[in-house]
Design a protein around this ligand. Structure first.
Ligand code: GDP
Length: 722
């Protein structure tokens, strides 16, 4: 039973998770022995590995397809329903199709640009199967003699130094050489000899034995130039041509089919058995033993190679057990110390971090709800309606047909209104029952009440809420968490849009009575009188500011009034527009500014006039509403606002404030899976470091526990009588 290797593979996987989790330093000190496969290009390296695994899965092609080390972990799994591979770093899940594994490996290798050609960043691949032994093998880029035209000059030495790094102790070197190439020229054997001169860690594999005379083959396997303590193994690891040529008929596909025990490994083994059996030279060599050790001198065939690798790996693991254990222990001690110093041993989980972040977000949300209530909604809506009132006043009262400038800047497009428009300066002296002024005000009121207050107000509040939520996620506990931000924003949008239409309808329904009649009380009138005056005052201020800006843009007030004068005289027919440039030197753009200036001057005059009117005795009484449209419209706007706010507050605001935290609990509290939670937590660099150091510590503790139990197990086995 190769129990030790199996246990050590488990430990190795735990340790690998530490180095693949990112962020943390890798475990330089701990090195579990592996079998490292080196050989020149085309020496048959891939064929040997695939014969051991039983499947074709390595990248093939002329264009240097192995560019990164492939750390291959074979796990014997007797109960595996299917054979499969896993790339632990890629999180692609179980891959049962070996052609897919081959494609992934090819893609990963070819991702290294031609200019770089090789990289020492390993690809990790685990293969689980009832037909593989427990083994860890590292496949390296094949040695090359000379770099091809499109490869960097340094490639040869780059590959050599990558291989040197891996063939260092305590790894076992599997040096592959082809029988049809002079062994003295084998780059693999030469490299091994340099690093392992006494041949203690090297196994020689001679491939393509079928290409040389059997007696020569036996000679090669007894290589006296570089004797290896673990010997040489001869293989014929090529799938017989008779099968490959029939592959299209589906015969070979049977060998790569999952779960079939007749994998290419057994086909090769059968083929080898026939080949070696046919030649007496091999049978003779197998019976020869070493005079000194009494051991069989040569080993033949992939199956024997496989068994040998298992035995040797197990032995090497056993030999390295204590040093490995010590190294893990030392890593653990350092990590534990760091965790204590940096985090005072404070444990953290992704879940607790999420809960904490959610609480803090809810707290800032609560603060916001305290600041954005009925009063704020009222102010927001009122200011929107104020603007509408000003627009209506401008349309129906502040424009005068006798002035060209008004039509140039007025939003007025209704010809009928235009035709009957009278100057507002006439208003204070109009007769109380002058139908014209009655119609103007009634039209304004109707326009205001029917302007879709339901929709407008609901949109306003919805936008304000979603805007504030956006601000909250971007500034609060979730600011570094893009995924959760989207969840909060989605929840916000869903709650708001699910209530939008019903709220807009309700508001519209409630303001309906104002479409027919608006009753005014004295108190309301005098309040609106003040407000309307303030509104006009602000409008005047804006007008004056715009005029001042215009003055500066033309180079002074004097210039502007000259142009204004020209425009005015042109309107009256005194001067011709054609003369503007030639005679007066006014460009078209300047003339436009003159028009705007004239408009602003007159708008300011009208507003001043109306401010005076509002102050007059006439506007003191609500009975004179037709004389004071500004006040009456403000009363209407105020009533519309009050009523709308009543419903917005209940239907939208309170409802949103109630539901959002609950919705977030559902979506974030219980809605995220463990992986999502971890991803979330690790988006925060500080938390990520904390979590990773803690994970590192936990994994090292687990590895220590496991390796100690392996050592204990070894001891009891040794103590037991044979
Ligand atoms: P790598 O480049 O070292 O991985 O070599 P491959 O395994 O791809 O083999 C190179 C070529 O040698 C391929 O065409 C194989 O089919 C062939 N080959 C591999 N092993 C043997 C063998 O034992 N006998 C024969 N005749 N050919 C082999």
């Amino acid at each position: 039973m190769m129990l030790l290797t199996r246990k050590m593979i488990e430990i190795r996987n735990i340790l690998q998770e530490i180095s693949t989790s990112g962020g943390g330093q890798s475990l330089t000190r701990v090195q579990l022995p592996s079998i490292v496969v080196v050989g020149s290009q085309s020496s048959g390296k891939s064929s040997v590995l695939e014969a051991i695994v039983g499947h074709e899965f390595l990248p093939k092609g002329n264009n240097m397809v192995t560019r990164r080390p492939i750390e291959l972990t074979l796990v014997n799994s007797p109960d595996a329903a299917a054979e499969y591979g896993e790339f632990p770093a890629l999180k692609l899940g179980k891959i049962t199709d070996f052609a897919q594994i081959q494609k992934t490996l090819t893609d990963l290798n070819l991702a290294i640009p031609d200019s770089e050609a090789v990289s020492d960043d390993p690809i990790r691949l685990n293969i689980y199967s009832p037909h593989v032994p427990d083994l860890t093998l590292i496949d390296l880029p094949g040695y090359i003699q000379i770099a091809a035209a499109d490869q960097p000059e340094s490639l040869k030495s780059k590959i050599a130094s990558l291989c040197d790094k891996y063939i260092a102790a305590p790894n076992i070197i599997l040096a592959i050489s082809a029988a049809d190439v002079d062994l003295a020229n084998s780059t693999a054997l030469r490299a091994a000899k340099r690093i392992d001169p006494r041949g203690e860690r090297t196994i020689g594999v001679i491939t393509k034995l079928d290409l040389v005379d059997p007696s020569r083959a036996v000679d090669l396997l007894q290589n006296r130039n570089y004797p290896l303590q673990m010997g040489y193994v001869g293989v014929v690891s090529k799938v017989p041509t008779s099968l490959t040529t029939r592959a299209s008929s589906g015969l070979l596909s049977r060998f790569s089919g999952s779960g079939d025990s007749s994998d290419i490994g057994s086909v090769i083994a059968k083929n080898e058995e026939l080949y070696f059996g046919r030649h007496p030279a091999f049978t003779r060599a197998l019976t020869d033993t070493d005079d000194r050790t009494g051991q069989q001198q040569v080993t033949l065939g992939v199956i024997n190679l496989r068994n040998k690798l298992m035995r040797i790996l197990e032995r090497t693991m056993a030999k390295n057990l204590q040093p490995t254990c010590d190294a893990i222990h030392q890593e653990l001690e350092e990590t534990a110390y760091q965790f204590k110093v940096e985090y005072n041993d404070r444990p953290i989980t992704a879940e607790s971090y999420l809960a904490q972040s959610l609480d803090s977000f809810k707290l800032s949300f609560k603060e916001f709800t305290g600041k954005f209530g009925r009063e704020q909604v009222r102010a927001m809506l009122k200011s929107e309606l104020d603007q509408r009132v000003l627009d209506l006043l401008a349309q129906r009262y502040w424009n005068r047909l006798d002035e060209e400038s008004t039509s140039a800047f007025s939003p007025l497009d209704d010809i009928a209104i235009k035709a009957i428009l009278r100057p507002v300066s006439e208003l204070p002296n109009a007769l109380p029952d002058d139908v014209y002024w009655h119609r103007q005000l009634d039209a304004c009121v109707s326009n205001l009440t029917k302007s879709g207050v339901g929709r407008t107000s609901t949109t306003l509040v919805s936008n304000a809420l979603s805007g504030e939520m956006e601000h909250l996620v971007n500034s609060g506990a979730f600011k570094t968490h893009p995924y959760v931000k989207t969840i909060v924003q989605d929840a916000t949008m869903e709650i708001l849009s699910s209530r939008f239409y019903s709220t807009a309808d309700q508001v519209e329904n409630c303001i309906k009575p104002y479409k027919y009649e608006v009753e005014v009380e004295d108190r309301e009138w005098s309040r609106s009188r003040e407000h309307a005056f303030a509104l006009l005052k602000d409008e005047l201020r804006q007008c004056e500011a715009a005029y001042y800006k215009l003055q500066r843009s033309v180079g002074g007030g004097k210039k502007l009034s000259q142009v204004e004068k020209f425009v005015e005289r042109n309107r009256k027919g005194v001067v011709k527009m054609e003369d503007a440039n030639e005679v007066y030197g006014f460009s078209q753009a300047l003339i436009e500014k003159g028009r705007e200036g004239l408009f602003l001057t007159k708008r300011a005059d009208v507003i001043r006039l109306r401010m005076q009117a509002l102050k007059s005795k006439q506007c003191k009484s609500k009975d004179n509403k037709y004389y004071c449209p500004e006040i009456f419209l403000d009363v209407v706007a105020d009533k519309l606002t009050q009523t709308a706010v009543l419903f917005l507050n209940v239907e939208l605001l309170s409802d949103f404030y109630y539901h959002l935290p609950r919705e977030l609990d559902a979506r974030l509290g219980h809605g995220l899976g463990p992986q999502q939670m971890e991803n979330f937590a690790k988006e925060n660099a500080k938390v990520r470091r904390h979590l990773e150091l803690q994970e590192r510590k936990q994994k090292l503790e687990l590895a220590t526990e496991k390796i100690e139990s392996v050592i204990a197990m070894q001891k009891t086995t040794r103590l037991q009588p044979a």
